[in-house]
Each structure stands twice: as structure tokens, then as C-alpha cells.
Write a protein of this length. Sequence first.
Length: 378
Amino acid sequence: MMLKRSSVIDNEFMEEALRASDLSDILDKVVSGTRLSREDGIRLYETNDILGLGFLANMVREKKNGDYAYYIYNQHINYSNICTNLCKFCAFGKKEGDSQAYEMGIDEIVKKIKERMGEPIKEVHIVGGCHPELPYSYYIDMLKAIKEVRPDIHIQAFTCVEIAHIAKIGGKTIEQTLEDLVDAGLGSIPGGGAEVFSPRIRERLCPEKLPGDEWIKVAKIAHRLGLKSNATMLYGHIETIEERVDHLIALRQAQDETGGFMCFIPLAFHPKNTGLEEIAPTSGIDDIKNIAVSRLMLDNFPHIKAYWVMLGPKMAQIALSFGADDMDGTVLEEKITHMAGAETSQALSNKEIEYLIKSAGRIPVERDTLYNVINIID
Ligand code: V47
């Protein structure tokens, strides 16, 4: 049985309840479209009124995206896990020479693309470690080779951290590097590597990684060159609520300047096999709060993604009523979260995603990477 939206949340009842609560001033701001402050963000993270918070986030979600919930038919390729950064939260990155270290030749990457030629894949999502040896030409040739066998596919590749690394390897500026990558077939940039921008967090967890302000700089350069990108925040480790809110505000400020971000994805930390194994996995309440608060704080981001690989399909489905309007996609095959203990499957079929969306009372919309509508499944 498919639920009607009105039976999920009773708007009048919820609005009345919120008016009588200590979130009433935030309700006024959301209704009038007034930007939320840092203090508002902190209060939203601190509230135990999870339904009130969800109602507020859902108002923004429905204003921006109605009942639509987007997904994409995509494929993930993690070309190498060899990484100079070795961040404490990451189970994927390995030192060169480690028994679990790997790198794919370009022929191997092309083979992975060819294996799925019969499927209507719209996007290939490519990320890897900051490999100390792979030459600049590897990244260029990889994109060209993929485009040669599958010219119709959109390549979303290389986080801002990788872009800065590739530029360094090639002795080029970020601008030159991005121009070369675009000429070779790059379509857009994924949101990884942002973690939490706070220098305190980066110093403790990923001192070798590109600093937060540099990550933002790379994203802004990309946007000014006409590329779109995504943004993420890795939550549920040692970050404070204030650090989360500051991260969101830094992204909001960058978006005010360039308008180049398409989507924000809160990433739930998975501790297994990482240097932070003693930390408990995120709770459902924290997961849903991160979706809702990011929807409310990031008033200039068109989309909030509930990444089912990290949240689990069921929590991602609930997130569609708490601010999220995107489920990512079919994915196959993901390594970063699975090496850190994720128990989700490697892939969902489009039919499974459509079922999750429909049974959450939303309308599935198959999209391309840039959120052009391919098919509304009503
Ligand atoms: O940058 C690393 C994170 C990111 C762990 O742009 C971890 O649409 C959880 O950014 N537990 C890569 N997370 C994934 C990513 C992404 C995924 C899906 C869609 C998009 C998009 C982007 O994963 C890394 C890092 O922040 N990560 N280790 C871990 N143990």
C-alpha cells in the first residue's frame, strides 16, 4: 500500500505544536524564508524535538523539490586505495606496499565500464586515494579512455582533495588541471574530502589532507570554470556541534559566492577497521538530525542527499520526510564505506530505489548528474 503524503505528517497539527514550542522563532524564520543563524543551527542540533525538526526541514524540502525524490542510474569506480594521507577515519586508504593496497590500470577501469555497457548507466562516479606515484597523464588518459568506450556517460570524478593532488603531481595550477581534466571528459566533481573543515579536526584526524579552506578554494575555482560539484560532511566521530554548524555555514557562504554546488551529502562515520574503532556508529537520531539541520542551514543548496550506502536503505527512506530529496543511485560497487564495516548491499536496482521512494509517499524521479529529469515515475 502506498501512503498519501497527508497521512505521513499532519501539517496544521505540527505547525500549531511548533508555535507552542521553543522552536517557534525558527518556524517563523523558515516560513518567511529568513536565513538561519549559527545559534539557530546549534539549537536545531541540540533539540530533542525530532518531529518538530523534521517538520521544519520538510517545509524547506517541499518548497524546493515538492514531492520529488531523485535518484540516478550510476556506477562507482575506486581506481586505487593507495594514499599519502592515511586519515584516521578511513579504512579504505592504504600505504604503498600494504598487502591490501591496489591500483587499477586504465584497461581494468575500461573493462569495468565495458562490463555494464548493456545497462542504462548515466554516470560513473570515480574517486581514489592521493597516490604518490601515478602520473598526471594517468588521470587524463583514464577520462579519455572512458569517454572513448562510453561517450554518453557523465563522469563525476576526483574530489577537491584529489584535484589539488593531481595539480601538484603535474606541477600545474588548479585552473590548468581542471581545464585539462574537462578537455579529457570530466563532467563534474563529487563532494568527498570535505570531512569537517575545522582545523582542530583536520589536525587530529587528517593532518596530511588538504586543509578545509583549500578544499573550498578548489570548489570555487571549479565553479568559476563552469563545473558543478557536490559537498559532504563526515559526522559522528570527534566533531562538536559547533564544528558541524561552522562547516555548513562555510559551504553556504561559498555557495552564495558561486552557486556551483548541486547537492550536500551528510556522511555517517563508519568506525570498523579505522583508527577510530572505539567510537560507536552513528545513531538513527543523529543521522536524521544531520539530514534535517543541513536542509535548514543550507538554504541555497538545491538538494540534500540521503546516501543509502552509509545510512542504510531504510533510514534513507525515512530521511525523505526529514529534508532529503535524493537517494543517490544504484551505485555498484562501493569500497570506502564497505571497508569500514558497512553492512548495506553493494547495489540497489532502480526498481528497489523506486519502491523505497514510492512507499515513503514520494514521487521517484530518475535524474542525470546535473539534476535534469530523465523520467518521472508516477
Ligand atoms: O571523502 C571515509 C568519507 C567520502 C569513511 O558527491 C567515510 O554525490 C564513512 O564523498 N565512514 C567518499 N565515511 C564518499 C563521498 C560521496 C559518496 C556518495 C556520493 C557523493 C557525491 C560523495 O567518504 C570520503 C570521506 O569523507 N569516508 N572514510 C568512513 N570510515
